[in-house]
Ligand binder design. Structure first.
Ligand code: RAM
Length: 397
């Protein structure tokens, strides 16, 4: 992952008939209401149906989510450099039905491609078949689409790594251990800390998106795999206490409050940027000793995390958390979609494409690999945000 400061502009190149959101990321983070309003208007079907013909559509799980906005920023920028027209169309609610209805209309309007983060495993077959019959390629990103109908999935980072690192971070945070360094350093620190731990069994909670979201469910399964490792036996409960906030700020806040009221968990892992920010606010306002980690955007988490190297990380409710370069992820999905149409990328195992240089990233070749029943290309690795690097990242993501 690149560490340079990237442009903070959140401008989108759009077809003329669509209302566009355009502002700085910090502005977007500080003024969610305005962002949501713009996004909701984007979500409304364009008045002039002809205008969508030949447009590359990017559909996130729902509007009002900065993670989706940032992915679209990368997608639109990559496609614009190729001279392509793009549109950001997402439903107001994180449901399968809402996405299916929008997809159906967009296919009728002859869009050029669909790049999507889905709200569920099931329920898309009919509409994806309609796209396939119309020759409209489908690429998924973040949350997978049915392998039968997609060219490939664009995976942000290995699912097993994300699940394992989140559990390791939650255990270390519960035991008051500062971020020890990435990768094997985390697991080594967990083993060392647990070896001498004689206290009560540690219990971890999960505040997720929807109960059906493929991407979060994959990460939760990977967390459970990690907890099955012998080093956690009798020290950390193998059972996660799971709650679902549907990637909605109000619902996520309600669920975070329930964790506080029940007081059963030591640390909440929230593998969604909406959930972790909601939990951050709830825990900061409460007298609870429950700690927090998960997947978050630095701009949205700055009030709940340490932001200077000399800070005491444990004075904040979330001493460290993870994510990846969301803008680059969206651009990679755009490159896969573009290559599927123009460069013979089939998405089959071994099929590859070259992504042009993008911002700080050099031109890169991506090769499809087997992933579940389908294939994927891998865009990045999990990256830990903590007291030493938060200041650098707050203006970026
Ligand atoms: C949220 C969404 C998205 C997820 C990120 C980490 O914004 O739920 O699907 O990947 O968080």
């Amino acid at each position: 992952m690149k560490k340079k400061l990237l442009s903070a502009l959140l401008c989108v190149a759009m077809v003329a008939s669509l209302v566009v959101g355009c502002g700085g990321k910090e502005e977007a983070a500080e003024a969610p209401a305005a962002t949501e309003e713009a996004a909701t208007e984007e979500a409304a079907a364009p008045a002039d149906s002809d205008s969508m013909e030949g447009t590359h559509v990017f559909m996130f799980k729902s509007t009002g989510n900065s993670f989706g906005d940032l992915m679209y920023e990368g997608f639109a920028e990559y496609m614009a450099a190729k001279g392509e027209k793009t549109a950001y169309t997402s439903p107001a609610e994180t449901t399968v039905a809402a996405q299916v209805q929008m997809l159906d209309e967009l296919i009728t309007q002859k869009v050029a491609s669909i790049t999507i983060s889905t709200n569920g495993d099931a329920g898309y077959d009919e509409v994806f078949k309609k796209a396939q019959e119309a020759g409209i390629p489908i690429v998924s990103v973040d949350s997978e689409a049915n392998p039968e109908y997609r060219i490939c999935h664009t995976n942000q980072a290995e699912t097993a790594d994300i699940g394992a690192y989140l559990v390791q971070a939650a255990v270390l945070i519960t035991l008051g251990v500062d971020f020890p360094g990435e990768g094997p350093a985390m697991k080594a620190a967990v083993e060392e800390a647990l070896a001498s731990y004689t206290g009560e069994e540690i219990v971890l909670g999960v505040l997720s998106a929807s109960i059906d979201t493929p991407v979060q469910n994959g990460w939760i399964a990977a967390m459970e795999d990690e907890l099955a490792d012998a080093c956690y036996a009798r020290k950390v409960s193998a059972t996660l206490d799971k709650k679902y906030g549907n990637d909605d700020l109000t619902e996520s806040t309600t669920q975070a409050n329930a964790f506080v009221a029940e007081n059963k968990v030591d640390c909440i892992i929230s593998p969604t940027t909406v959930g972790i920010a909601a939990a951050g606010q709830v825990l900061k306002n409460s007298n609870s000793e429950i700690m927090l980690t998960g997947l978050g955007l630095p701009s949205e988490m700055q009030s709940f995390m340490p932001t200077t190297a000399d800070a005491d990380a444990f004075e904040s409710v979330c001493p460290y958390m993870m994510l990846w370069d969301v803008i680059h992820l969206g651009a990679t999905a755009g490159a896969a979609t573009y290559a599927a149409i123009n460069d013979g990328f089939t998405g089959e195992v071994g099929s590859s494409f070259e992504m042009d240089a993008f911002r700080d990233y050099e031109a890169t070749t991506y090769e499809a690999y087997a992933s579940g029943e389908g294939t994927a290309v891998l865009a990045g690795t999990p990256y830990v945000f903590y007291k030493d690097n938060m200041a650098e990242w707050i203006p970026v993501l």
